[in-house]
Design a binder for this molecule. Sequence first.
Ligand SMILES: Nc1ncnc2c1ncn2[C@@H]1O[C@H](COP(=O)(O)OP(=O)(O)OP(=O)(O)O)[C@@H](O)[C@H]1O
Length: 220
Amino acid sequence: MLVKGLKVKINGKIILDLDVALALSQGINLILGPNGSGKTTLLRTIIGMIKPYQGEIEKKEELSYSPSEFYSPNIKVKDVILSGKKKGEYEKFTKILDIETLLDRDFMTLSSGEKRKVIIAKALAEGDLVIMDEPFSNLDISNRKKIIDTLVSLKREKQFLITSHELDIVNFADNVIVMKKGKIVYQGDKEGITEELLSSVYETPIRKVSINDYTFFITY
Ligand SMILES: Nc1ncnc2c1ncn2[C@@H]1O[C@H](COP(=O)(O)OP(=O)(O)OP(=O)(O)O)[C@@H](O)[C@H]1O
């Protein structure tokens, strides 16, 4: 996928203003950035929900999308999942994410974490480039690990573009994009995600602490 120089205006206000091309790598591409920095707008523009007034998006891959919020009134879980194209792959992901017993339930009666797993299973089954907005929100620590392990195990088959407010997801990322005020202020490997960069982007002191090669990000 090629995403170059995107500019988006909503109600006359510039929300996205990318001077640079978005350079995705193989595997897990993670977008970080404070609230309101334009992460969701960027994802929605890539999938075609928002039309940029400038810039280019060239997509060769099959894209799938898991939004950060979702509402599907009066629809069964299996119909949410089966409303896509690649039906064959659903079984694999409903099994991995342990949602097989939920298929006959009404989607809106699920807990927030169960809903999250359903829409993630759908996105994983449908796309070669899987775009997920805050896939870890609503998930308990064990389900969070299950999703991370699944993404890591699929890295050679699929490409991921995800957002998260959980900074330690950096540990699993092959490429990190940092946004602030509608712009990309960093993209590259995780080694470039320094305390200085994060403290400046989030406007609060952030410290990196490593234990057994795993990096935690803490405020102090
Ligand atoms: N339809 C809209 N009308 C007006 N402003 C909008 C609209 N959509 C987005 N914005 C504004 O654009 C900015 C970027 O929003 P966006 O949802 O892309 O941020 P985000 O980085 O995903 O934030 P968060 O981490 O809080 O989810 C915000 O200031 C938001 O209020």
